[in-house]
Ligand binder design. Structure first.
Ligand code: SF4
Length: 123
């Protein structure tokens, strides 16, 4: 998305967490006209890759958003054959369909082996 600087109608910082790895470091993102343009660590955060800042991966995480090849919808593997060099034949599907598929598989797993079913629950 491109925009001219004289057409700024929104310029704000949004607190969030970095999602590049599982550490979940505190982060804040500058959003201009609905587009994230900068990411920084939150100094006051107790979680931080580098003195409550972001590590290199986290700082570069903004590039995921702007990647022209970013996957924006769920993909369903349609080729049951698996292996090196085998085309998975991904098919783009809607979120409702993806969530139905996941819920159905989770219910099936729960019925088969509830003791092996794991859901992380945060206090
Ligand atoms: S800043 Fe680095 S360590 Fe922290 S969540 Fe992001 S990638 Fe992980």
């Amino acid at each position: 998305m491109t925009y001219k600087t004289d057409e700024i109608w929104e310029d704000k910082w949004v607190n969030t967490t970095c999602g590049v790895c599982y550490c979940g470091c505190g982060a804040k993102v500058r959003v201009v006209n609905g587009v994230p343009v900068k990411i920084e660590g939150i100094k006051e955060s107790t979680m931080g890759g580098n003195n409550a800042g972001l590590c290199g991966k986290g700082a570069a995480g903004l590039m995921y958003y702007h990647d022209p090849n970013r996957i924006k919808k769920p993909l369903l593997r349609t080729n049951p054959e698996k292996g090196i060099g085998v085309d998975p034949k991904w098919k783009e599907i809607e979120w409702d369909e993806a969530l139905d598929i996941i819920a159905t598989k989770m219910k099936k797993s729960w019925k088969m082996t509830p003791t092996k079913f794991f859901l992380p629950i945060r206090p």
